[in-house]
Design a protein around this ligand. Structure first.
Ligand code: PLP
Length: 427
């Protein structure tokens, strides 16, 4: 199908050439990878950085006086610094390495629960949260006798924030923590987190942001957002799996108790009492995923080079250049998919990243995903770890295509043609 879309603002072919996996065939067809919200593909620089660690400087960090240990430590701490700079944290020790958003949220919920929650207190989340931003808080509430309260979602997939003179009617004088996704993994909705945080702060409420789906698409500035904690996964931002970050405001992190105990996180251990290490090590028990962290640092360097370097020329709506490109793909996909009889998009918010979830009358998402895979097209099907949101929209699951900087209009056209073909076979 001929596309009327505008010229991409970034050089997609130059970017594609850096992703070795895009040369793979799936069922004999060129891979079309539209499952970036689950995990993004990795540029060669990231793969190389990770394997170079094992090949040349493999040693444990912060523990040895020998050369390799020093080099490994320096490489890991350089990654912390590049991430600090990218998200504009004030201090490198406000960047805590975890294994992903799930681990970051479990740390936050456990530690903030211990610090803040008393019986009858409330933790406020939203109906569009990923299970990783529901279950850890539910567990914390159970431990401390607190209640989980939920901001509902409108039919278009936006937060229902209440009457206009009260940005959030759901706040009460027992609300202690607001924890909310920056971007919904299922709907693509970009939530007005800055405004929500400002409202929460007026009431002395601690704010936590699940940035898993924002980090690769929005220009994140934690000081501008003024959040207390911000969590994300490295593997959704062109970095290795098993890596993630919990950013925390220094003064709050100082007050928060550690989540896991063990080596690295201690100052002095006796059988009577243990004192804890300084930030960030207080929250980094055990040997970290050193190779992954070094790869993650390289992913952020890569994004700085290829995304934000282009951003000056092409930035739209205050986002990165990648986001502008992905938004162009989103608009094209939305228009073309909506022309298919019986297709309904779940998530039609005004502000969205390049995520499109849909259902089709008489077609099960699992069958559709399987048939698309036969054509080399990778999409995600199911509840996307947002079961309460599926219930809200009265569906058992959706088919979700999620775009990255290396996707093209021709690939979106292949998806649309693939969906049409599958619908003919399934109806
Ligand atoms: C919004 C959101 N939060 C949390 C997570 C959990 O991330 P991870 O599995 O990397 O820990 C995901 C993963 O899809 C997500 O999309």
């Amino acid at each position: 199908m001929k596309s009327a879309a505008v010229q991409p603002a970034i050089n997609v072919e130059e970017i594609r050439a850096q992703f070795p996996i895009l040369k793979e065939l799936v069922h004999g067809k060129p891979l079309v990878y539209f499952d970036n919200a689950a995990t993004s593909q990795k540029p060669r620089r990231v793969i190389k950085a990770e394997s170079a660690y094992y090949a040349t400087i493999n040693a444990n960090v912060h523990r040895g006086v020998h050369t390799l240990s020093t080099k490994a430590t320096e490489a890991q701490e350089a990654a912390r610094e590049i991430i600090r700079k990218h998200i504009n944290a004030k201090h490198a020790h406000e960047v805590i390495f975890t294994s992903g958003t799930t681990a970051s949220m479990n740390l936050a919920a456990f530690s903030l629960g211990q610090l803040l929650l008393k019986p009858g207190d409330e933790v406020l989340i939203s109906e569009m949260e990923h299970h990783a931003n529901i279950v850890p808080w539910q567990m914390a509430c159970e431990r401390h006798g607190a209640k989980l309260k939920v901001i509902p979602v409108t039919d278009s997939g936006e937060l229902a924030l209440g009457s206009s003179d009260h940005l959030i009617d759901q706040f009460s004088d027992r609300t202690r923590i607001l924890t909310i996704s920056h971007v919904s993994n299922t709907l693509g909705t970009i939530n007005p987190v800055k405004e929500l945080i400002a409202e929460a702060k007026k009431r002395g409420i601690i704010t936590v942001v699940d940035g898993a789906q924002a980090i690769a698409h929005l220009d994140i500035d934690v000081q501008d957002l003024s959040c207390d904690l911000y969590a994300f996964s490295g593997h959704k931002a062109y970095g290795p799996t098993g890596t993630g970050v919990l950013y925390g405001r220094e003064e709050l992190l100082e007050r928060m108790p550690p989540w896991q105990g063990g080596g690295e996180m201690i100052d002095v251990v006796t059988f009577e009492k243990t004192t804890y290490a300084k930030l960030p090590f207080k929250f980094e028990a055990g040997t970290p995923h050193i190779a992954g962290i070094i790869g993650l640092g390289e992913a952020f360097r890569w994004m700085e080079d290829y995304d934000f370097a282009f951003a000056k020329a092409s930035a739209e709506r205050g986002k990165s250049a990648f986001a502008a490109h992905e938004h162009m793909l989103l608009e094209h996909a939305t228009k073309e998919l909506l022309a298919i009889d019986g297709l309904r998009i779940i998530g039609t918010a005004k502000e969205k990243v390049g995520v499109i979830s849909f259902v089709i009358d008489g077609v099960h998402h699992y069958d559709l995903g399987t048939l698309l895979d036969q054509q080399g097209i990778a999409v995600r099907t199911g509840h996307h770890c947002t079961q309460p949101l599926m219930e809200r929209f009265g569906v058992s699951g959706t088919t979700r295509a999620s775009f990255a900087c290396f996707n093209t209009i021709a690939e979106v056209d292949a998806l649309v043609a693939g969906v049409k073909k599958a619908v003919k076979m399934l109806r």
